[in-house]
Design a protein around this ligand. Structure first.
Ligand code: ATP
Ligand code: MG
Length: 277
């Protein structure tokens, strides 16, 4: 099966000339659950915006679900195949009540009403919002509830891939645990950026480390998050739930051969990729 996401030598510079993404190349397959980590300003949000088809002036090759994002047609059509949950969920609320908000996307697809209803019911159930919530005003909900509505809105579109930017940033520990459960029930390929590395550990299998716009590491989540020297070097910390033994193992395993940044066909599961520190 072809890759869901193919990126080769992606570069992005903001108009003022600030380089936000430098030579990023990677592949993603269907079903992968990918964490995107890195210090503030690393380029995580920019990366997600490019994948979402919201940036038109990047360089390199980016294809998502068969859409070539270097073309305007590709960026338009990717919106039917990909869902984004933005960091600020208020940006996503468009309707007066929860039910209509979740129905907005499917209705725009021109689906028959019965299918819209089915999709909305299923999406709301998948995020644990029962009928008590349906007529409520989204702006009056708590951060955690708003995030559920935003996720339901995306799920109702039945996308091939979901992008989430800092989904835990405004959640309390219970909200975070609930989000872990919601994500564990969602069988959709996803890329989730987060500073909460315990959350990444619980919800992702693969992790990408970005720093200064470059992809610094790409591999199995536990192995990368256990690598103390890599983590410290990029302004991160090994999560507390990684045991001392796992850290020792990671240290003993030593550096992994680094793929060329522009190597387009290295398979994500075949090896772990650490670029030079
Ligand atoms: N609209 C913009 N105009 C100019 N520069 C920008 C803009 N947005 C982001 N940048 C710069 O691009 C770089 C990458 O920013 P980005 O928001 O992608 O980082 P991030 O990894 O998401 O950071 P954070 O963890 O703080 O959310 C930063 O240096 C940032 O200052
Ligand atoms: Mg960001």
């Amino acid at each position: 099966m072809s890759c869901l996401v193919e990126i080769q030598n992606l570069q992005y510079a903001y108009p003022q000339g600030r380089k936000a993404l430098v030579d990023v190349s990677l592949h993603l397959n269907h079903g992968e659950r990918v964490g995107l980590i890195g210090p503030n300003g690393a380029g995580k949000t920019t990366f997600l915006l490019v994948l979402a088809g919201l940036m038109n002036d990047f360089q390199g090759e980016v294809s998502v679900a068969g859409c070539d994002l270097s073309t305007a047609a590709g960026r338009r059509s990717v919106h039917r195949k990909l869902g984004v949950v933005f960091q600020n969920t208020d940006d996503q609320i468009v309707n007066a009540n929860v039910y209509e908000d979740v129905a907005f996307g499917p209705l725009n697809l021109g689906l028959p009403e019965i299918e819209v209803r089915q999709r909305v019911n299923q999406a709301l159930a998948s995020v644990g919002l029962n009928e008590d919530y349906w007529q409520r005003i989204p702006f009056h909900l708590s951060s955690g509830e708003k995030r559920r509505v935003a996720i339901a809105g995306v799920v109702a579109m039945q996308p091939q891939i979901i992008l989430m930017d800092e989904p835990t940033s405004d959640l309390d520990p219970r909200g975070r645990r609930e989000l872990v459960q919601i994500l564990s029930r969602l069988p959709i390929t996803r890329i989730v950026s987060s500073h909460n590395l315990e959350f990444v550990l619980e919800t992702c299998d693969r992790v990408l480390v970005l720093d200064e716009g470059r992809l610094r590491a790409d591999g199995p989540v536990r192995r990368i998050l256990a690598d103390e020297s890599l983590m410290l070097h990029h302004g991160l910390e090994v999560p507390g739930s990684i045991s001392a033994e796992e850290r020792r193992h990671a240290a003993l395993a030593g550096p992994i051969p680094e793929p060329a940044p522009n190597h387009p066909h290295s398979h994500p599961h075949s090896s772990m990729k650490l670029t030079s520190l």
